[in-house]
Write a protein that binds this ligand. Structure first.
Ligand SMILES: N[C@@H](CCC(=O)N[C@@H](CS)C(=O)NCC(=O)O)C(=O)O
Length: 207
């Protein structure tokens, strides 16, 4: 059986758990990472020298990087509906995944770290204004895309393009700070909420 190494409250592990549920693949999961067993332990490092979660072991095939794992699972399960086999459509899916991780997620990170990871008391934590401004800039781009070409990132249908972005959108709505109203993003969040796997691993109360 496939094993996932990583704590279930990590945004990157959650992408993989969401995908596993989408394709209906059963798995075991071990808690590794912040607050659980440290990834600096040799037992973890033999799976990934980088010491970050998630990592999967699929019957001897070890893979790290959350988005590579999501793409691997889509291909393994021949889910062309989620990850097109058409060259250009596939490249566009990948471009959304790259954007969500390198721009959107990177912009969300300083706010998350200030309000959750480094906060003495998350209930009293205040979002850093410069971090919010940068994150908002990218959320406005998402709003523009969804309003013009939604309701999903690839248009009419859900695809793996929505997994990395969907996780950051959950973080946006779950963290409490002053934010602009984004009607298309709000509708997107509600639409994703219709998916049981997103309710379990995405919109589950954890930022
Ligand atoms: N690019 C990697 C990033 C992995 C990453 O940064 N994981 C974080 C959790 S979200 C981590 O392992 N942090 C250290 C820890 O939890 O001990 C991926 O997408 O899988």
């Amino acid at each position: 059986m496939l094993t996932v190494f990583g704590r279930a409250n990590s945004i990157n592990v959650r992408k993989v758990l969401w995908m596993l549920d989408e394709v209906g693949e059963p798995y075991d999961r071990q808690d590794w990472g912040r607050g659980f067993r440290p990834t600096s332990e040799p037992e973890f490092l033999k799976y990934s020298i980088f010491g970050v979660v998630p990592v999967i072991d699929d019957n001897g095939f070890v893979l790290r990087e959350s988005q590579s794992i999501v793409r691997y699972l889509a291909s393994k399960h021949k889910r062309a509906d989620l990850y097109s086999t058409d060259l250009r459509t596939r490249a566009t899916v990948e471009s959304w995944m790259d954007w969500a991780s390198t721009d959107l997620y990177a912009a969300a990170r300083p706010v998350f770290h200030a309000m959750i990871v480094n906060a003495k008391d998350p209930a009293l934590a205040i979002a850093p204004a410069d971090g919010v401004a940068d994150w908002t800039k990218h959320m406005l781009r998402l709003e523009k895309q969804l309003a013009a070409h939604g309701p999903f990132l690839m248009g009419d249908a859900f695809s793996i393009a929505d997994i990395p972005a969907g996780m950051v959108v959950n973080r946006w709505f779950t963290l409490k700070f002053e934010k602009p109203t984004l009607p298309a993003v709000t509708a997107y969040y509600d639409r994703l909420h219709l998916r049981p796997a997103f309710r379990t691993h995405g919109r589950n109360g954890t930022p």
